[in-house]
Design a protein around this ligand. Structure first.
Ligand SMILES: CC(C)(COP(=O)(O)OP(=O)(O)OC[C@H]1O[C@@H](n2cnc3c(N)ncnc32)[C@H](O)[C@@H]1OP(=O)(O)O)[C@@H](O)C(=O)NCCC(=O)NCCS
Length: 199
């Protein structure tokens, strides 16, 4: 476990001194409102992804859920993530991603891949209300990692749009490795980069 992973208080506190915000699962009744928060900022605005589309993807997939960061007793959500379990099989069949995954895991120690079928997927992660750059995204990401470990997931995949350079750097700083890109993904002209890390 790296120093960055050594979060003192599990899923509960954000440990950043940012008020007393805690990270917990969002209830289905909160999903649409939080999806609206995602849909109101880049990269979702840039990609033209609407709140109802994000919400639909959550409601139709029993393996998806949402984590939120909020102060106790306060409805205001500071940060959130949409997370999925057991995504490896679907990713293998998704256009260029399957080739990128096969290339990565056939060239190196295949022990790495034996646990990949139990892989989580971060569909969306954001810090809202211009509160980025204060360590909250890191706290959210570490809580997602803990959550996935608790669900017996041994690795995690995500995709990040090519234009979203800050987010790609953020994930690289947190140990994510670039595996491959798929063009014309989500919308024509958009390139999505597949990233991976072991948990
Ligand atoms: C990508 C994103 C989630 C990162 O969240 P964030 O809160 O800005 O990230 P952090 O603050 O944890 O880390 C970013 C930088 O903030 C600074 N930082 C980290 N902890 C800090 C702290 N406790 N106090 C002050 N600054 C801090 C650092 O400069 C850090 O960079 P470093 O890792 O090189 O040290 C956020 O920018 C975001 O929501 N972007 C829009 C949505 C998006 O693109 N999501 C990803 C696509 S799914």
């Amino acid at each position: 476990m790296t120093q960055a992973e050594a979060k003192p208080d599990g899923l509960g506190g954000n440990g950043s001194g940012f008020n007393s915000a805690v990270i917990s699962p969002a209830s289905p009744g909160e999903w649409l409102q939080i999806c609206s928060q995602f849909a109101s900022i880049p990269p979702w605005t840039t990609l033209g992804l609407r709140a109802d589309e994000l919400h639909h993807s959550l409601t139709i997939d029993p393996r998806r859920c949402m984590l939120k960061m909020a102060n106790p007793g306060d409805d205001k959500v500071i940060a959130a993530a949409i997370v999925r379990q057991s995504c490896a099989a679907e990713l293998l069949y998704f256009r260029g991603f399957g080739a990128a995954i096969a290339r990565r895991f056939s060239l190196q120690n295949s022990d790495d891949w034996t646990c990949a079928p139990e892989a989580g997927y971060i569909a969306s992660l954001a810090v809202f209300d211009a509160q980025t750059g204060r360590g909250l995204g890191t706290q959210m990401l570490l809580a997602v990692h803990d959550f996935l470990r608790q669900q017996n997931q041994h690795s995690v995949f995500l995709t990040v749009s090519d234009f979203n350079r800050n987010a790609r750097r953020f994930y690289e700083r947190h140990g994510y490795e670039f595996l491959g890109a798929v063009d014309n993904c989500i919308r024509p002209g958009n390139r999505e980069n597949l990233m991976y890390r072991h948990l």
